[in-house]
Write a protein that binds this ligand. Structure first.
Ligand code: CP3
Length: 345
């Protein structure tokens, strides 16, 4: 099943390997705090309220599309949302970020985590997707997403900003079977949830692995890669185009190349040329402007965008993005400059 023809959606065309006048462009965290219209919504609604209301999901997802006309919309939600029906007591405190009041650190804790039935447990997200499908311009792709099991487990185990990962490593090395069981449980949830998003109307899905890079290649191969392989195998079997985004993953590229996904997303420390060399010509690369360059002046932003475009080369198979989420105080004009430079081709 395919939700849409790829013919008029540049994001999907780039995934299919079609040559385009310039790469499609969207930005990670494009709906968020650098936008005055987002801050306005947040004055009246908490972050979790926004994630739990289909109308607000649709409205906030649309905000950057209306303002900038990006080639793809990313569903407004958070990677931690599906942990709530699993049993996590999740909150977002102002200035602190996410907090899970009941972190999972034992065998009993992992066994206690509930399975997720997206159609009932996460219906608000799926309703938001259905609404978006009716609202988005026809040439704009809709990207659904989930966190990778490893990254999700870092929040679930630590209960807050995971760094320095002491409890994660404790479980990984003292109780490897429990850690593996947690990866598997999260992996089942992620695959089911992404397939449900596709069936609700998302054109493609992205798996965010923000913290994969803390592992060496051998640890990554042992604890993370098997679950990821299963997820992408399931996504391939339903035919949904998929992206694996890895931050700080330069040393993992050879292992990442083994994943059966369509797009590899990289941060600014990995050159696009390097990524393409590792994963082959048949894959599309997404990235990878350093989000802090958007605090530079116009000429420097244009020069940095150009550097990314040159790095990607002229053979297509490139989706322009930042190497990580756009930062809250980013000037709007910087985003306009970025877009103008990318669209010059
Ligand atoms: O990209 C998008 O615009 C879609 C929405 C989206 C959000 N979070 C919204 C959000 C996506 C795809 C995410 C992914 C996410 N969330 C990741 C993986 C990618 C990455 O950025 O590393 C992670 C690790 C999280 C967990 C999370 N959520 C953190 C650590 C924080 C606090 C730090 C921060 O940036 O504020 C959040 C909160 C969050 N998620 C906000 C938004 C818009 C800010 C909420 C607010 O105060 O309004």
């Amino acid at each position: 099943m395919s939700n849409n023809t790829t013919s008029n959606r540049p994001y999907l065309q780039a995934i299919a390997g079609e040559r385009l006048p310039h790469p499609p462009v969207w930005l990670m965290r494009q709906a968020g705090r650098y936008l005055p219209e987002y801050l306005k919504v947040r004055e009246a609604h908490s972050f979790l309220d926004c994630c739990n209301d289909p109308e607000l999901i649709c409205e906030i997802t649309m905000q950057p599309i209306r303002r900038f006309g990006f080639d793809a919309a990313i569903l407004f939600s958070d990677i931690l949302i599906p942990l709530v029906p699993m049993g996590a007591d999740l909150s977002f405190d102002k200035g602190h970020g996410p907090r899970i009041a009941n972190p999972v650190r034992t065998e009993a804790g992992v066994a206690w985590l509930k399975g997720v039935h997206p159609a009932s447990d996460l219906h608000q997200v799926l309703d938001g997707i259905q609404l978006l499908r009716k609202t988005l311009p026809t040439d704009t792709a809709l990207i659904g997403f989930a966190g990778a099991p490893f990254t999700l487990s870092t929040y679930l185990i630590e209960g807050e900003k995971p760094d320095p990962f002491v409890n994660v490593k404790k479980m990984m090395y003292r109780e490897p079977d429990v850690f593996a069981a947690l990866q598997e449980k999260l992996g089942v949830m992620v695959a089911d949830y992404l397939i449900a998003q596709y069936q609700a109307g998302a054109d493609a899905v992205q798996v965010f692995d923000t913290w994969a890079g803390i592992s060496s290649e051998s640890e990554f191969r042992r604890v993370t890669l098997p679950t990821l392989k299963t997820i992408f195998f399931k996504l391939r079997s339903v035919g949904v185009p998929s992206t694996y985004f890895v931050k700080d993953g330069n040393h993992l590229l050879n292992a990442v190349a083994e994943l059966d996904c369509d797009v590899i997303g990289v941060d600014w420390k990995t050159s696009i040329r390097q990524a393409r060399k590792a994963v082959g010509q048949a894959r599309t690369i997404q990235g990878n402007l350093d989000p802090t360059t958007l605090f530079g002046d116009e000429a420097s932003i244009r020069a940095e965008v150009r550097r990314v475009l040159d790095d990607a080369g002229s053979e297509g198979r490139h989706i322009f993005n930042l190497g990580h989420g756009i930062l809250p105080s980013t000037p709007i004009e910087s985003v306009e400059t970025l877009l103008d430079e990318v669209r010059r081709g």
